[in-house]
Design a protein around this ligand. Structure first.
Ligand code: UGA
Length: 436
């Protein structure tokens, strides 16, 4: 099928390359000429495992192209909208200006029978509003939310755990459903559930999924607060809870909490939209989820201060990690960088290291010190803080080796990812989050 993908960020670039890899003829369109040039030369403009190879294969096959011209979308049977919906400046709602602009720019290039498939995360009601605009061209708008995780984006796009398509009722909706079914045929044939809903439900599925994941993380972090007060160990608690298959261990990783370009802004936009609908009370708990999450960053800073005897001023602190999670160079609302910035604000000499996100971090926070190599960050540090659980810190750094580099064997494990007993046995003072 011929397809266009409007917006080539973390979501769109991967979607375009993945669709080409399963045999479709894809044009990716973005207003950012630099990004388009990188993609067109087979270079991923951000860190995402497997994306570079997929781009190169797609470009070589002739089935994948990139452009800054919206007119190049003309002739495609499906137009995926994959632009960002950030938090609005000065408020909690989603900023829909990029989605609105993408649809407006696409309108003159639509033909009757085309399908416009929204993938961006939007407040419920957006699809119905845009659908009526699109209908004037004879095209049909559907909503097809995306559930990919950064760092696993290629896998999640090619082998999703479910496909959700919200369509309008009637013959147009049926035709659009058939088009989306065809677009995702390899995944559907492999057994991926293909769920067809109305527009509003499809939009809600996405918001609800991220709200649930955020709630699960904050639940275990709330338990960490209790464990701290009670002298219990939240990591053991999570293991024990996780064996209950009704609960499950995933997203019970305690520590400094969630960040990134999705969960924090999505729960806020979800709550803001619920308020508009007169149902703010129904998701009032999301405010607590947000507060618990942000409190963990305060707690991590406090642990470092306490570990250094109450004062970090002038002390050298190695901060291991800057990305909001491993396998990503994304620093949007990164809890890791937030902790680093706060320690710097208290007068510490902070040296941040990260295998992927260092350039992004340095551009956003030039006041921090940076080391490309982990060991250079560790050298002469008075304390070490792990804030992103890269294997480079979690698995490949032994307490003995790190101990030979630092000035003081003090470690704060902001992701509860280390073997506390092994670090203590090597003479370190180990502080986890919500751990004895
Ligand atoms: C999230 C969702 O997981 C995807 O399904 C969704 O498609 C995406 O948002 C989106 O809306 O586009 P992502 O932001 O890539 O994906 O990251 P996650 O892997 O979900 O992690 C989010 C944050 O939660 C990270 O900061 C991570 O460190 C933290 N986290 C995750 C925990 O603190 N504990 C856990 O147990 C799991």
């Amino acid at each position: 099928m011929r397809m266009s993908v409007i917006g080539c960020g973390y979501l769109g670039a991967v979607h375009a390359a993945a669709m080409a890899s399963i045999g479709h003829d894809v044009i990716g369109i973005d207003v950012d000429a630099q990004k388009v040039a990188a993609l067109a030369s087979g270079t991923a403009p951000f860190f995402e495992p497997e994306l570079g190879e997929l781009l190169q294969e797609g470009l070589a096959s002739g089935r994948l192209r990139f452009s800054t011209e919206m007119s190049d979308a003309a002739g495609a049977a499906i137009h995926f909208i994959a632009v960002g919906t950030p938090q609005i400046p000065g408020g909690h709602s989603a900023d829909l200006r990029f989605v609105d602009a993408a649809v407006a720019a696409l309108l003159p290039h639509l033909s009757p029978g085309d399908v416009v498939a929204g993938k961006s995360t939007v407040p419920v009601g957006t699809a119905e509003r845009l659908g009526s605009v699109v209908a004037d061209t004879g095209a049909t708008l559907v909503w097809n939310p995306e559930f990919l995780r950064e760092g696993w984006a290629v896998h999640d796009t090619i082998s999703p755990d479910r496909l959700v398509v919200g369509v309008p009722s009637g013959a147009d909706g049926e035709r659009a459903t058939a088009a989306l079914h065809e677009a995702y045929r390899p995944a559907v044939e492999a057994g991926t559930p293909f769920l067809v809903t109305d527009l509003a439900t499809a939009e809600l599925v996405k918001g609800a999924a991220n709200a649930f994941l955020a709630t699960k993380i904050s639940f275990i972090n709330a338990m960490a607060e209790i464990a701290e007060a009670a002298g219990a160990d939240v990591a053991l608690l999570a293991d024990a809870l996780g064996h209950d298959t009704r609960i499950g261990r995933r997203y019970l990783g305690s520590g400094i909490g969630f960040g990134g370009g999705c969960l924090p802004k999505d729960i806020r936009a979800f709550a803001a939209r619920a308020e508009e609908l007169g149902r703010g009370e129904a998701v009032g708990f999301l405010r607590e989820v947000d507060s618990i999450n942000l409190r963990r960053r305060d707690r991590a800073v406090q642990l470092v201060v306490d570990a250094l005897g109450g004062l970090v001023f002038g002390r050298r602190i190695a901060v291991l990690g800057a990305a909001f999670k491993p396998f990503s160079d994304d620093i949007r609302d990164s809890p890791a960088l937030d902790v680093a910035v706060r320690l710097r604000g208290l007068g510490a000499d902070v040296i941040v290291t990260d295998p992927a996100a260092l350039d992004n971090a340095a551009a956003a926070h030039p006041q921090l010190g940076y080391a490309t190599e982990r060991d250079d960050a560790l050298r002469d540090a008075d304390a070490v803080v792990i804030v992103t659980e890269w294997d480079l810190y979690r698995r490949e750094m032994t307490p003995e080796h790190a101990g030979s580099l630092v000035a003081g064997r003090v470690i704060v494990d902001g992701r509860n990812c280390l073997d506390a007993a092994a670090w203590r046995a090597a003479g370190w003072t180990y502080h986890g989050m919500g751990r004895r």
